[in-house]
Design a protein around this ligand. Structure first.
Ligand SMILES: [Zn+2]
Length: 309
């Protein structure tokens, strides 16, 4: 069976363990038994034919800069201390160059005085596939902050897709930074920009659906939200009452209804490895009561088109 996983995180091996341990500490989530490496990722998918992995950057600047908007965050801080001289985007570029089945999505921040230069590099020298914004971790004021528009403008001009984290953050209480409603403004301002709102906007499912229905250029992904065990754990911690205490059967019924509500052609599969299990995520999707044809669209066909593979 073919798969395109549009939502994966990978980090340099020398910081990966410490970084993820810190993530466990701040988020209260546990990690998978599978190693959080490319080899571990491939192992999770050994039963499937993976056409592409979309690796999403979470943090980037070419140099250290101070900003009161930037929260001390595990991924940025640890990475910075160790790798002051080269950027996460640069590492992603190398990863993409070395593996035919990997597409990488880079990252910029509106407080970076050199954002424009980094965008040149991202789409020029690095030839990255697109952009990823994580408003909750990076404390963007909002996703539709006008200072981010030059980045969106560039992505649209390069015909490169934009992945936006929407909804709940690993740390509770940050959802507002990634509210799907803000994507309405971005989608209207950049009608040719293909936008994937991650996590179905959880817990703002209704708002996310409205935005997808309103704009032909907006899609959503299933990352983290289709792995029952991880989704329930997160829902409990975040007190997302719609899903926190439901059985697997009810969870599946809810997931099927949500996906149908978005429209099968507007949903792409993503796992959120290493925070959720790809193996469980694919199984979760396959056991939903939706047509087989829809499962195939979600697993790879839609993503093939949106990512321009
Ligand atoms: Zn993610």
């Amino acid at each position: 069976m073919k798969v395109i996983d549009t939502h994966v995180h990978l980090f340099p091996e020398d910081v990966e363990k410490e970084l993820l341990n810190h993530y466990v500490e701040i988020s209260g989530q546990s990690l998978l038994e599978t190693p959080s490496t490319l080899a571990g990722l491939r192992e999770e998918y050994k039963e499937y034919e993976v056409l592409k992995y979309g690796i999403l950057g979470t943090w980037e600047s070419t140099k250290k800069f101070e900003s009161k908007n930037i929260r001390l965050m595990a991924e940025s801080d640890i990475y910075y201390d160790r790798h002051y001289f080269y950027s996460y985007n640069g590492w992603l570029a190398k990863l993409q160059r070395e593996h035919d089945d990997i597409l990488c999505f880079g990252n910029v921040h509106h407080d970076d005085p050199e954002m424009a230069g980094e965008l040149d590099k991202l789409f020029g020298e690095y030839r990255l596939a697109g952009l990823k914004m994580q408003p909750c971790m990076m404390l963007y004021t909002r996703l539709n902050d006008r200072r981010l528009f030059p980045a969106y403008e560039r992505a649209q001009a390069m015909n490169a897709p934009l992945v936006l984290h929407t909804g709940g953050d690993p740390q509770p209480g940050r959802e507002i930074y990634g509210h799907p409603r803000d994507v309405d403004d971005i989608a209207a301002s950049f009608p040719k920009l293909r936008i994937i709102m991650a996590h179905m906007g959880a817990p703002f499912f209704g708002e996310a659906q409205e935005v997808v229905k309103k704009h032909e250029n907006v899609f959503t992904d299933l990352s983290f939200t289709i792995d029952y065990n991880e989704a329930i754990k997160l829902a409990k911690r975040h007190k997302m009452t719609q899903v926190a205490n439901i059985s697997r059967k009810d969870f599946n019924a809810l997931a099927a209804a949500l996906i149908s509500g978005f429209g099968f052609e507007r949903v792409v599969y993503g796992s959120d490895f290493p925070y959720a299990s790809p193996r469980d995520a694919v199984k979760g999707l396959l056991e939903l009561d939706i047509p087989d044809e829809a499962k195939e669209m979600i697993l790879w066909k839609n993503a093939k088109e949106i990512l321009g593979i």
